[in-house]
Design a protein around this ligand. Sequence first.
Ligand code: NAI
Length: 308
Amino acid sequence: SKVTVVGAGNVGATCANVLVTNNVADEVVLIDIKEGLSEGKTMDIMQTANLLNINTRMTGVTNDYSKTAGSDVVVITSGIPRKPGMTREELIGVNAGIVKSVTDNVLKYSPDAIIICVSNPMDTMTYLIHKTAGIPKNRIIGMGGALDSSRFKYFLSVALGANPNEVDGMVIGGHGDTTMIPLARYATYRGIPVSQLLDKETLDKVVADTMVGGATLTKLLGTSAWYAPGAASAAVVAAVIHDQKRVIPCSALLEGEYGETGVCCGVPCLLGKGGIEKIIDIKLNDEEKELFVKSAAAVRKTNDALAD
Ligand code: NAI
């Protein structure tokens, strides 16, 4: 199996590193427009091979898409990240052009690839790929919910004083500070609803911390985060490459699911070698439904800013 990661910046290089370290694919190609960056990151990563028992082959290239030919999965992380105080939506102008040209290049050499979009504003960039790439909807996956859910589980584990691995929870809706919807009602600790273990005030704070989880890190780091974004992207790649049939919230093109049509928004997706093999339509209560309607409307508004 072959995976291409476009963008050798913080998120792309971290994703490639996790893929290689966990031997997820036989071959990983890292590509960037910045001269030498992919080559350098690749050399650094492959110099861990004998230390970490890595068997994956990795190649780094500058802008030469012929080297990406025949990829099963392509992860798009190219584009500018936000700086402290910025929203993800503000990145649309620059990133739309990058994502469009990258997608064209990728599909020229890997016409059957499954595309995982990471670049922000992610739901809108995923929608842009749907509009312009002319490939079936199951092959376009927006990565956001995997990260937001992992952050939700982290904040829950801190509040519970528990191991994050024993906490389950899911974030749906748009991948934005005000649009994401951590589903507190469905969150559990070892099968026990967390609402029975945490008081309302604590749970509300976990939800609020999750929603601004990315912004908090951007403030602390001076630029947006990469370890969890890279690992979350790699988890989505693994679910597809290994046909895991795992349910991970991803941005998918909705055609009636959750009452929405013609918008990409985070929903639980069954992932396998076909990409998004199924959207799981879970029952939301009235309050959650209202949040989802608002969230989809906000994503639509951002989509409207795309040039025709
Ligand atoms: P970064 O600035 O560290 O890396 C971006 C890389 O893209 C740079 O190396 C740049 O040279 C490259 N690039 C720019 N134009 C390109 C092109 N046409 N072809 C190939 N490469 C190109 O940024 P970082 O932190 O890695 O973030 C990347 C993107 O991912 C940003 O848009 C960020 O907002 C987004 N992001 C999304 C997350 C999500 O959950 N969906 C989480 C974290 C970041």
